[in-house]
Design a protein around this ligand. Structure first.
Ligand SMILES: Nc1ncnc2c1ncn2[C@@H]1O[C@H](COP(=O)(O)OP(=O)(O)OP(=O)(O)O)[C@@H](O)[C@H]1O
Ligand SMILES: [Mg+2]
Length: 274
């Protein structure tokens, strides 16, 4: 199993370069919380990288820093060779909860990013309808978010994140609030969507199988303050479908990630040495 070497330096074809990033929050009580400590990794153009780690380890913090929404306390982030110090149009972000506007219909929600960059929604209407069709939302354009299921709302949020055709898509546990069956269905749909649109993706998830199924690489973060404890290449063939779970390497990858998360003890005893 191939463990990826530390991140490649800028100048190579990294879409995202995270170098020695740390973050310490000041809390309202006057204390400090060290969330990230010297996190370093790179994401190549077109790569799908999942980030897994225990709850509270700093995953959302890391994604917000990469998106330019939050400044790091130390270290650097570059996107296509440019330092990130404010939100970028080249990045689409789907948050931990869908954050849809309840008073707008679904199509108007998908069109929101156009307004944020002062473009006419009419210009993006066709693209919004196409994205919604790809996401299985045709026929629901005029409905309010509350008339949709949780899984459908997440698909609206992903379609919205793709509206401006960003080169990079950041997704923070988009399926975190869904039941297991819907979640599995959504993983399959995301797999098809991502393979069709070929974006550079960072995807945060709590689910080890989901990370292995979807990713070219999985980065495991240690408990807080988060550092990279494993950067694992997932060498399963693409295009990939749910059948990838039958590949014998699939279980090996899952096991390596669970071990790195401290969920499994590495094998010991006489058998382990063989
Ligand atoms: N605005 C903030 N002010 C102070 N502390 C914060 C702030 N945001 C996050 N933290 C702290 O930073 C740490 C990391 O939080 P973060 O949301 O990045 O974790 P996470 O890995 O995304 O967790 P989860 O898996 O539960 O979503 C936590 O201890 C959290 O309490
Ligand atoms: Mg989070």
């Amino acid at each position: 199993m191939e463990e990826v070497k530390p991140a490649t330096p800028p100048g190579s074809r990294s879409a995202i370069w995270v170098s020695g990033v740390s973050k310490t929050y000041r809390t309202s009580g006057g204390g400090e919380v060290e969330a990230l400590k010297s996190v370093t990794f790179a994401v190549a153009e077109g790569e799908f990288v999942s980030i897994v780690g225990r709850s509270g380890c700093g995953k959302s913090t890391l994604l917000k820093i990469i998106s330019g929404l939050l400044p790091p306390s130390g270290g650097d982030v570059e996107v296509f060779g440019d330092a990130v110090d404010s939100p970028l149009g080249s990045i689409g972000f789907a948050f931990q909860n869908p954050l849809l506007m309840p008073w707008r219909n679904v199509l108007q929600n998908v069109l929101l990013p156009a307004e944020l960059v002062h473009k006419s929604p009419d210009e993006y209407r066709q693209r919004a309808l196409e994205l919604m069709s790809r996401a299985g939302l045709s026929g629901f354009e005029g409905m309010r978010p509350k008339e949709l299921s949780g899984g459908m709302q997440q698909r609206v949020a992903i379609a919205r994140a793709l509206l401006l055709d960003p080169k990079i898509l950041l997704m923070d546990e988009p399926f975190g609030s869904l039941d297991e069956l819907t979640r599995e269905e959504m993983s399959g749909e995301l797999l098809r969507l991502i393979q069709a649109i070929r974006k550079t993706v960072i995807f945060i998830t709590h689910s080890v199988p989901e990370a292995v199924l979807l990713s070219d690489r999985v980065v495991v973060l240690s408990p807080r303050p988060a550092t990279v404890s494993l950067d694992l290449k997932i060498d399963l063939p693409r295009p990939r479908s749910m059948a990838a779970r039958n590949d014998p390497r699939y279980e090996d990858y899952c096991r390596a990630i669970r071990e790195s998360l401290g969920l499994l003890k590495p094998p010991t005893g006489p058998d382990a040495a063989q």
